[in-house]
Design a protein around this ligand. Structure first.
Ligand SMILES: [Zn+2]
Length: 199
């Protein structure tokens, strides 16, 4: 079931891929039985590598006008729907990023991402750090909306954005934010394993 065509087809294919990924995430040695790798969409391949711990990205940093171009490209990406809100909380106009996850995040969430370790999230400031092509390409390929289709596929009511928003304003906000991000990317707790339409 590959996806040419409209967004509905894309979403269905994506969701099905996510289910398959989620089902096998605890047993990555298991024989891979889903789509041949070269038929899997690029963003799904990326997440597949992230889950398997096999994702590798070049770390070199451009300078001068080349870096200026990349930052400008990032600033354009930041304005796209989804990217204009932190991938992990309701903060608007986030100007930090996780380069391997391919998302924009706010400064507060970036501190928590940093603590997850670089094997999970590699944090950069859009404007204060220097970038390379592959990192910008990654954010283009993923972005906040698509990323959350993977990582927030099955978020329990207590963690839904509306309640997170309330929680993030409370006195325990920093604990809630940290717990949410750890569950989301470290524990992978919100990736559904019950979404296979064949079940
Ligand atoms: Zn945030």
């Amino acid at each position: 079931m590959m996806m040419n065509g409209d967004d509905t087809g894309l979403d269905e294919a994506l969701n099905s891929d996510i289910s398959r990924l989620a089902q096998s995430r605890n047993d990555l040695e298991e024989e891979v039985t889903w789509l041949p790798f070269d038929e899997v969409p690029k963003h799904t391949q990326i997440v597949q590598r992230l889950l398997a711990g096999t994702d590798r990205m070049p770390a070199h940093k451009e300078s001068g006008s080349k870096n200026d171009e990349l930052v400008k490209e990032l600033q354009n990406l930041m304005t796209l729907p989804g990217n204009d809100i932190c991938a992990d909380c309701p903060t608007t106009n986030p100007d930090w990023a996780s380069v391997n996850l391919g998302i924009f995040i706010c400064m507060k969430c970036s501190g928590i991402h940093r603590n997850l370790g670089t094997h999970i999230s590699k944090v950069r400031s859009v404007e204060m750090d220097r970038w390379n092509d592959v990192q910008v390409e990654r954010i283009k390929d993923i972005g906040n909306a698509r990323s959350n289709q993977f990582w927030e596929q099955n978020v329990p009511l207590e963690w839904e954005k509306s309640s997170i928003q309330v929680n993030f304003k409370s006195s325990t906000a920093s604990d809630r934010r940290r717990d949410f991000i750890i569950q989301k990317y470290h524990d992978r707790a919100f990736m559904s394993v019950h979404d296979d339409p064949d079940l």
